[in-house]
Design a protein around this ligand. Sequence first.
Ligand code: IMP
Ligand code: MG
Length: 181
Amino acid sequence: MASTPPPEIERVLFSEEQVASRIREVAAEISAKYRGRDVKLIAVLKGAVFFLTALAREITIPVKVDFLAISSFGNATPGMVRIAKDLDDPIQDEDVLLIEDIVDTGFTTRFLLQTLAGRAPRSIGICTLLDRTVRRIVQVPVDFRCFEIPDRFVVGCGLDYKQHYRNLGYIAVMNQKDIAK
Ligand code: IMP
Ligand code: MG
């Protein structure tokens, strides 16, 4: 049973039921596309872990999972990120699916894509829970997307505001006045 949203939430964009049902649909697409193969789901800590977990449970083909962590060099240089914790295992000759919480400007995803592509995987795809194409600066090929969202800051399903709200089961827009600039 979904709980009442906290007061910092302006409105719910996608309910827990909508999120779960859309994840099931995308998991079915993935299971069909990779049928007969193993797929390795790779997520960046921490935001995408929630989505990866929900997605993996609905995928009906064999999956492996691995994680990495990145840290940015600050806001002055968007996209300037480095690997803070690397994957546990090589991805050479594997079918890799990069799992993202949100593709916004595209800088983070492009960095990850280039980094992983340099390790000679058999294939590499991108699957994101949220896509905010209106803010895209660098183009990245999104293969699977659950939802397109408007240009508003959102939380829930792994997405945070100052490390909070990741555990909300729905995707919600935060009140502008509660977002300290
Ligand atoms: P990009 O490099 O601009 O595509 O940024 C992607 C990262 O920014 C995501 O992985 C999130 O951690 C963070 N981010 C972007 N938009 C939001 C949002 O609306 N809510 C929470 N985090 C966000
Ligand atoms: Mg974040």
